[in-house]
Design a protein around this ligand. Structure first.
Ligand code: 5RP
Length: 217
C-alpha cells in the first residue's frame, strides 16, 4: 500500500487534469496542495494566474514564477483545488488544519468547481474525528469557547498561531458531527466567529483520494 505522502502526490497530479488553458486557478493550502503547486508550475505558461488562500501558498506560487492576483480582481473562478483534513461520503469536509480556513472558504464559494485532493486516511463516514477548527476574533476567544462547550465540544486554543487575517483558532475536540450543515450554520451565528472549518453548505464537487476520482455518492 502506498504511503500518505505518495497518495497526496498522486491526488495532486490528477488534479492538474482539471486545469484548462487561460484559467485563473484558485489554490488552497497544505502539504497536498504543495505538490499541486509544484505541478502547476510545469504548466504556468498555460494559465492566466492564481488566487491564493494563504501567505504560505502565495510564497510558493511566486517562488515558482506563477502570478498571484487578488480575488477581487479575479471575479468568479472556474476552479479551486485544495486539500482537507476529513471528507465524508457526501464530499462534506473539515478543513483548517493549516489555519487557512477562512480564505479557503471564501475562494471555494467564489469557484464553480472545487476539486478536493486527499489521501485515503482522510475519508470518514462521520466528520469529527479531526478536531474542528474555528477561527475567532481574539477578544471573543473565551466567549466562543463557552458557546462551543454548550454545543457539546471541547475547544482547545491553538496557542502561538495567528491566522493570516490576524485572528486565533479554537480546535473543537470530541464532536461527532451528524448534522454538518446544521452545525455549520449554528457556529457561524456565534458573535466573534470568523469562520468554521466545516464545508457542508459548500462541499467539494470532486474528491480525488489517493489519485482516484471518487464516485459521487
Ligand atoms: C489548511 C487546510 C488543508 O487543506 C488541510 O489541513 C489538509 O492539509 P494537508 O494537505 O497538509 O493534509 O485546510 O487550512
Amino acid at each position: 500500500m502506498s504511503t500518505a505522502d505518495e497518495q497526496k502526490r498522486a491526488s495532486a497530479a490528477k488534479a492538474l487534469d482539471y486545469v484548462e488553458d487561460g484559467m485563473i486557478v484558485g489554490v488552497g493550502t497544505g502539504s497536498t496542495v504543495k505538490y499541486f503547486i509544484d505541478g502547476l508550475a510545469s504548466m504556468k505558461d498555460r494559465i492566466e494566474s492564481a488566487v491564493s488562500s494563504s501567505e504560505q501558498s502565495t510564497a510558493q506560487l511566486k517562488s515558482l514564477g506563477i502570478r498571484v492576483i487578488d480575488l477581487n480582481a479575479a471575479g468568479p473562478l472556474s476552479l479551486y483545488v485544495d486539500g482537507a483534513d476529513e471528507c465524508d461520503p457526501h464530499n462534506r469536509l473539515i478543513k483548517g488544519g493549516g489555519a487557512a480556513l477562512t480564505r479557503e472558504k471564501i475562494i471555494a464559494e467564489a469557484s464553480a468547481k472545487f476539486v478536493c485532493i486527499i489521501d485515503s486516511a482522510k475519508e470518514v463516514d462521520v466528520l469529527g474525528r479531526f478536531p474542528l477548527p474555528v477561527e475567532v476574533v481574539p477578544m471573543a476567544r473565551s466567549l466562543v469557547g463557552r458557546k462551543l462547550v454548550a454545543l457539546g465540544g471541547q475547544p482547545v486554543w491553538r496557542e502561538n498561531v495567528t491566522t493570516d487575517n490576524g485572528n486565533w483558532i479554537l480546535d473543537v475536540h470530541n464532536m461527532r458531527i451528524v448534522d454538518p450543515l446544521g452545525l455549520e450554520r449554528e457556529i457561524n451565528q456565534i458573535p466573534g466567529v470568523v469562520s468554521v472549518g466545516l464545508f457542508a453548505r459548500r462541499p467539494a464537487d470532486v474528491v480525488i483520494s489517493a489519485g482516484n476520482v471518487r464516485a459521487n455518492r
